[in-house]
Design a protein around this ligand. Sequence first.
Ligand SMILES: [Fe+2]
Length: 242
Amino acid sequence: MIDIHNHIIPAIDDGPDTLEQALELLWQAEADGIQRLVCTPHMHPGRYDNDITTIKPAFDDLVKQASDAEIGVQLAMAAEVRFSDEMMFQLRNKRIPMIGQWEGYDCLLLEMPHQNIPMGIEHMLEWLEKQKIRAVIAHPERNKELMAYPDRVLPLVERGALLQVTAGCIPGFFGEKAQTTARWLLDHELVQFVASDAHHAKRRPPAMKAAADVLDGWYGKDVRDRLTLTNPDLLTFSLFAG
Ligand SMILES: [Fe+2]
């Protein structure tokens, strides 16, 4: 499997505090069936003030340490970008490490606030479209407004947004409401990617294998492969090619 969303780089956001914890999480990811993993630390202005200038050196250090520890998972780098006014500035200044390409568009992993769909997101998606950029929306199934009204995701999808569901929501590790919302999105074939959003070996483990097992039961192996391997591979091919 290929994991396109996690917080494995240590001491840069709310992921592992130490290198030891990060390596433990990487071992766990490998045992969970993950062969390739895109590190996506938070870029959240005022909370986690990351951009490519802080993420790249921390990522390079993790790659070296993972290699020294003989961890077999291949690593690449992107970011989980909080929806904000600063996004446009960060994009223009090329401060956002992108998560790959889809149908000729560059893609960024976009995080909405957890309570609601933010005002202006439709305009932002239209503006991104003009720049030949698409958003991969992280964990829509955990957004409170979408949990109550899942069809409110449709205007976003119509404007080119791709959707990434959290692996742990599929077996119900984030509660029943997140699980039923994830199922609704999957049943309506709106989801391109399932990813771990792993933060910590104990508190927030990857859970990709648990998700894959449930997906096999719900939709069969072809759909599971598309969500956890084929689509993530298409998206991130350029990141791993170099
Ligand atoms: Fe995340």
